[in-house]
Design a protein around this ligand. Structure first.
Ligand SMILES: [Zn+2]
Length: 121
């Protein structure tokens, strides 16, 4: 098991970005720029988001990306919660970014950054 702490939410930026988009200040291509790797990560490691895509109303996935000096080459990779369990058990606390991705239109946004640390069984 791991627990998340020191969570930083980017919900405010998300709302601001969407407001600017709906006001016509940001082109869709700028927001919907998920590349092949991000879409593949959503397909293989993502879990369905509770929210529909804010641009096309399609089903989105939330993808967890892990970062940390203690991760070596695994830093900057997408992982399932089960893998994060295992990895924090091995190396200790890491940083986890939750990113929502729409594979239909390419919308993607960083939702939260948090510290994941192992919880003893
Ligand atoms: Zn979409």
């Amino acid at each position: 098991m791991f627990r998340l702490s020191a969570e930083v939410s980017h919900e405010w930026e998300r709302r601001t970005t969407l407001r600017d988009y709906h006001a016509g200040h940001i082109p869709k291509e700028e927001l919907c720029d998920a590349d092949f790797l991000l879409k593949a990560a959503a397909e293989h490691h993502g879990t369905d988001s509770a929210r529909p895509c804010p641009i096309c109303e399609g089903v989105m996935q939330d993808v967890l990306w892990i970062y940390g000096d203690n991760l070596g080459r695994r830093s900057g990779t997408a992982r399932s919660e089960a893998e994060i369990d295992e990895i924090t058990g091995q190396v200790g606390p890491i940083t986890v970014h939750r990113v929502e991705v729409c594979r239909r239109c390419g919308w993607n946004h960083l939702l939260t950054e948090a510290r994941a640390e192992p919880v003893p069984d």
